[in-house]
Design a protein around this ligand. Structure first.
Ligand SMILES: CC(C)(COP(=O)(O)OP(=O)(O)OC[C@H]1O[C@@H](n2cnc3c(N)ncnc32)[C@H](O)[C@@H]1OP(=O)(O)O)[C@@H](O)C(=O)NCCC(=O)NCCS
Length: 146
């Protein structure tokens, strides 16, 4: 089941963050994002236990995927794909979607490519440990004259 996250979910998200990432978001950053007007966060749960989430910021027809994570025991079982599919469905085809991903994160890059995200640039030393970020975009469908 996938549903929208709220402030009560901050602890569960913080726990997964700290298990899954080398440089996890802190609880206060997660709370800020949950409270933000432009922020959207959805998560997947099994038997009322959160197993993964995705954070998105959306302004006008542009969205930024800030973070996606699936808890360790549940990875590679299709949940990341389901979360992304659900979120892209909610954003609709008229929204440009952007994200940054560590250039070493091949599983995530592969996942995004499967959803037609394309590499549009590199941000040198974007992360605090000096790693480059790949910038990816999923273009909105352009309606025009044929
Ligand atoms: C990236 C992540 C969200 C994917 O979620 P997931 O539930 O594990 O992925 P899924 O089972 O839905 O697999 C989706 C696709 O991702 C890719 N993938 C997932 N795990 C992979 C792995 N270990 N190796 C290679 N590709 C992998 C594959 O393309 C896979 O499609 P396929 O099964 O048809 O080959 C998850 O692995 C994760 O939380 N990773 C750590 C956090 C992270 O790096 N987040 C991204 C930050 S930008």
């Amino acid at each position: 089941m996938i549903r929208r996250a709220d402030l009560n979910d901050a602890d569960a998200i913080t726990d997964i963050e700290s298990r899954v990432f080398r440089h996890p978001w802190k609880k206060n950053q997660i709370l800020q994002e949950l409270a933000s007007e432009n922020g959207k966060m959805v998560f997947a749960e099994i038997e009322e236990k959160m197993i993964g989430y995705i954070m998105v910021r959306e302004i006008n027809n542009e969205a930024q995927i800030l973070n996606i994570a699936v808890d360790l025991p549940y990875q590679h079982r299709g949940y990341g794909k389901k979360l992304l599919q659900y979120t892209l469905g909610e954003l609709g085809t008229e929204t440009d979607v952007f994200l940054e991903v560590r250039e070493s994160n091949l599983p995530a890059i592969k996942l995004y490519s499967e959803f037609n995200f394309e590499e549009i640039g590199v941000r040198e030393q974007y992360y605090s440990d000096g790693e480059n970020a790949i910038v990816m975009q999923k273009k909105a469908i352009e309606y025009g004259l044929v």
